[in-house]
Design a protein around this ligand. Structure first.
Ligand code: UDP
Ligand code: MG
Length: 309
């Protein structure tokens, strides 16, 4: 049985050798269970020595493979490339920074070997060591997602998961350009066992996600897996039409009873500005979805490979 570890790397030269040694620490377990190993590094257009580090490993170990992108395509593209090119009967996705502890692998395989699950996923139960604002907004995001999306998206879920071949193929068959893996994993289904662990801090280097980057990524998630914002625009439209109808009745009746003194232009100005704002907001939502459609219909490749080993 072949096991592929897919490791997306963007500027991770310091972590590349570390994660290799950490994975190999499970070798005894792999041997005992007849598991062959393949380590697939996906270099997402790194600007540091990541590629060289992987080449050094590959020179000494035939099990190490590399796919190197022509530029930075983002973690989602790296995940896709890794899954598409993995040969394993079982494939695990893991971050290069060791926040997804390879020491959990035996436990994950044990669950797979019970034969009850197609996939073993991990979630961290704490967010220890993470900036407070980031945790706060992450929690809000998961709460909103659970409300507005039919897809099951778990709070604290990592991309770290061990998947059977069938699930990997299902994910690879989803060729959408705007990718949100946490949603895709839930969408494809398959029986998943959740394993919980305490948050581990990044070993070396620094995070690639700015607050703004994460914010945009969360919108990607919402738009990729829910049409609730579009429905919200319609609801707003109906609500304001009703309010306008009542206001018209009120003004007609007031004019009949009290006559029509010419005043009230400041309130009129406020209403016009307010309605203009709401309309632009709703057009904006439409525009966001349209821009996603635009990017999808171009059917551009999700990633471009410069080099393979
Ligand atoms: N990553 C990537 N491409 C990117 C950004 C990140 O392949 O454009 C990889 C990165 O090398 C790491 C993983 O995605 O292996 C998670 O990134 P990071 O640790 O920076 O994110 P965080 O853990 O802070 O959410
Ligand atoms: Mg990390």
């Amino acid at each position: 049985m072949l096991f592929t570890a897919v490791i997306p790397c963007y500027n991770e030269e310091a972590n590349v050798p570390d994660i290799y040694t950490e994975i190999l620490k499970n070798e005894e377990y792999f041997k005992a269970h007849d598991i062959e190993l393949e380590i697939l590094y996906v270099d997402d257009g790194s600007k540091d020595g990541t590629v060289n580090e992987v080449k050094k490993l590959a020179a000494n170990d035939k099990r190490v493979r590399l796919i190197s992108f022509s530029r930075n395509f983002g973690k989602e593209a790296a995940i896709y490339a890794g899954l598409e090119n993995s040969n394993g009967d079982y494939t695990a996705l893991m971050d290069a920074d060791l926040q997804d502890p390879p020491s959990l692998l035996p436990k994950m395989f044990d669950e797979i070997f019970t034969g009850q699950y197609d996939c073993v996923a991990t979630r961290r139960v704490t967010r220890k060591g993470e900036p407070l604002i980031r945790s706060f907004f992450a929690r809000r995001f998961y709460r909103i997602m659970r409300r507005i999306s039919k897809t099951d998206i778990v709070d604290g879920a990592r991309d770290y998961r061990l998947m059977c071949r069938g699930m990997v193929e299902a994910i690879v068959s989803m060729r959408e350009y705007n990718r949100f893996s946490k949603g895709i994993f839930g969408w494809v289904g398959f029986k998943t066992k959740w394993i919980e662990f305490e948050n581990v801090e990044r070993r070396k280097g620094e995070t690639k996600w700015s607050f703004w980057g994460l914010f945009k990524y969360s919108l990607e998630g919402i738009m990729g897996f829910s049409t609730a914002p579009l429905a919200m625009a319609s609801v707003l439209g109906i609500v304001f039409t009703l309010i306008a109808f009542l206001a018209i009745l009120f003004i007609i009746i007031r004019t009949l009873i009290f006559g029509d003194p010419t005043n009230g232009w400041p309130s009129m100005a406020c209403i016009i500005i307010f309605m203009g704002g709401i309309q632009l907001f709703c057009v904006g939502i439409l525009g966001q979805y349209l821009s996603k459609v635009y990017l999808e219909v171009k059917e551009r490749p999700i990633y471009i490979v410069k080099e393979r080993i």
